[in-house]
Design a protein around this ligand. Structure first.
Ligand code: SF4
Length: 292
């Protein structure tokens, strides 16, 4: 739904290679999705480097929430996802739109990148740890079923032990349902590549292992909480890792594997969760949903 980015995080090359934010016309997006739904599509993912700032560059007075409301009205469209969200631009209006929506799935990928306000400032993220925690509190308060995932960079230049512990503490407070943790790598042409105080590889490696171990515990806890619940799953086909099973995703974006006929591919079904692991849930087909 949009291209480019205006944010200039100091570690990122995107604004230099993809240029400034350009939003697609809302009517073109609605028409495209209408056509897709006519061909049987049930779920769409709205993509942009920072979807929350959708519309800011358009002449019309439309924002991302307004676009979601327009898409909500497309008959036959069952699920709407979006990524990626920038915490700085996640407005109260958007939270209220999400909490009132039937079609936007209860999953928000909200990259925090660091739990240290000092490092966030050096990253030029435009928020500090308190802003982020306040935002998470508001989102969880308004959308109780929400699943939150994040991205974190370990070993950004200048990251000391206290900064790292702040990140560990933030992850402990939020208890993300899933997280992608990366080691900072220099990107030539970015301001961070020229910063002094680059963190030695062995420290980065120790920190990332600690953080991944803790996040894995929270991911497992989050998956364990699903056991016994019935989830709507959009069937994607045979599982890539177990071709005797089907796989699909819950609205909360968790991968589920279960036994069933391959003809169910593309359909919405109900699956009772019976077991869990770090990367996926296991379940059994309960009944076939409305479109079967
Ligand atoms: Fe933009 Fe994301 Fe890159 Fe920051 S990290 S400059 S928000 S694309």
């Amino acid at each position: 739904i949009m291209y480019g980015c205006n944010n200039f995080c100091t570690y990122c090359i995107v604004p230099y290679v993809r240029g400034r934010e350009r939003s697609r016309n809302q009517h073109d997006i609605v028409n495209e999705i209408n056509n897709m739904v006519g061909q049987g599509v049930k779920e769409v993912t709205l993509l942009g480097q920072n979807v929350n700032s959708y519309g800011k560059d358009l002449d019309s007075d439309i924002d991302f929430s307004d676009l979601l409301v327009m898409l909500e009205n497309i008959e036959g469209l069952e699920r709407i996802r979006f990524m990626t969200s920038h915490p700085r631009d996640f407005s109260d209006k958007l939270i209220s739109t999400l909490s009132g929506s039937k079609k936007v799935c209860e999953h928000i990928h909200l990259p925090v990148q660091s739990g240290s306000s000092t490092i966030l400032k050096h990253m030029n993220r435009g928020y500090d740890r308190e802003d982020y925690l306040r935002l998470v509190h508001k989102i969880k308060g308004s959308i109780p079923a929400v699943s939150l995932t994040t991205d974190i960079i370990i070993g950004f230049p200048g990251e000391n032990e206290k900064d790292f512990l702040d990140t560990m503490d933030l992850v402990r407070q939020v208890k993300f349902d899933g997280g992608f943790v990366f080691v900072y790598n220099k990107r030539s042409g970015t301001p961070a590549a020229k910063m002094s105080q680059q963190v030695p590889d062995e420290i980065k490696s120790k920190r990332i292992q600690e953080l991944i171990a803790m996040q894995n515990e929270f991911t497992l806890e989050s998956n364990e909480r699903e056991v016994g619940k019935v989830h709507e799953v959009l069937v994607e086909g045979k599982s890539k890792s177990r071709d005797d099973r089907l796989s699909g995703r819950t609205r909360s974006n968790k991968l589920v594997m279960f036994d069933g006929d391959e003809d169910l591919t593309g359909k919405l079904v109900a699956v009772k969760i019976t077991d869990f692991g770090l990367t996926h849930l296991g379940g059994e087909l309960v009944f076939l949903s409305k479109d079967h």
